[in-house]
Design a protein around this ligand. Structure first.
Ligand SMILES: [Zn+2]
Length: 302
């Protein structure tokens, strides 16, 4: 994140009468949230009525600016092109000391983030406006991540796989899983997504096409990899962060396919690994090939 965020052409906030006090304070480098005068609970996002007790006696109060990182994500493909020069950047769910959770820009790189770490308000100029952002509190008073030797050290030595149900996988470990595709797969996938491509339904058209047969949707083919990472390796709690797949050969109906995942790299400090993925048909031809990065949410009960 070496770009000057202030020069980004990002869209500004939509300010309403309800949210104006928040944005006004933000422009001054302050964070204010609502507080209920009836039940004393803090409220965010801005609302006309307290979600805890339905009172309309909500007042704006200065927040402590302290919080804890509940979850975060590195954004590689921003929702708005104005953010592209800054990608990848981090957004996080910040649990404020006052109670509410706030989605916020986190003003450090992904590697400096860890779930549970303490954060402080770090107002940041983005796209010509001063906006609320957060940074790790260990960095308070410092301006570059390099100065936080202690934080980086503790991140490196921390075992990021604690609590992962099947534990840390070994590089080179692999798993395979087979299943036969069925006409019902096509219908289920259409039900889910609305994809009613004639290649999956119109037998005559499909047979006259380059495929020469009715084929299942790509999601049916790649779906076996979802099952593999979530059931077998790295196991329960695993989600895809990034995939780079080539669909090399179409899969027809009533074909036995075999998915395979192999662990290529394992991050010690976070439950993240890079895996090699493939799906083959009965003849052994590769139908899908590529790589993926997966994250395994620690779900084991202590
Ligand atoms: Zn209330």
């Amino acid at each position: 994140m070496s770009v000057d965020l202030d020069l980004l052409k990002t869209p500004g906030p939509t300010v309403t009468a309800l949210t104006a006090p928040f944005w006004q304070a933000a422009a001054e480098g302050r964070l204010v949230i609502q507080s209920c005068e009836a039940c004393s609970k803090a409220v965010f996002y801005p609302r006309p009525i307290c979600p805890h007790c339905w009172s309309d006696r909500l007042a704006w109060r200065e927040a402590s600016g302290r919080g804890r990182l509940k979850s975060f994500s590195a954004v590689h493909r921003p929702g708005h092109p104005g953010w592209l020069p800054a990608a990848p950047y981090v957004v996080g769910l910040v649990e404020l000391d006052e109670g509410p959770t706030m989605l916020s820009f986190i003003a450090v790189g992904e590697d400096a983030c860890a779930v549970g770490q303490l954060l402080v308000l770090a107002p940041t100029r983005i796209g010509g406006r001063l906006l609320p952002a957060f940074k790790p509190s260990a960095m308070a008073g410092s301006t570059t991540p390099n100065q936080t030797g202690d934080t980086l050290m503790s991140t490196e030595t921390k075992d990021g796989w604690i609590g992962v149900i099947k534990g840390r996988p070994q590089v080179g470990a692999f798993a395979e899983r087979s299943r036969r595709t069925r006409p019902e797969d096509i219908e289920a996938f259409t039900e889910m997504t609305g994809d009613r491509n004639p290649l999956h339904y119109d037998k005559a058209l499909a047979e006259a096409s380059v495929f020469g047969k009715l084929i299942v949707q790509g999601g049916v083919t790649s779906g076996i990899l979802n099952a593999l990472v979530a059931e077998d390796l790295p196991g329960p709690g695993t989600v895809f962060l990034e995939v780079a797949w080539k669909f090399v050969k179409a899969v027809g109906v009533d074909e036995m396919i075999t998915g395979r995942v192999e662990i290529k790299e394992v991050r010690p400090d976070k439950p993240i690994c890079k895996i090699e993925t493939s799906v083959r048909n009965e003849a052994g031809d590769i139908c899908l090939t590529g790589t993926a990065t997966v994250f395994t949410v620690p779900l084991a009960k202590a």
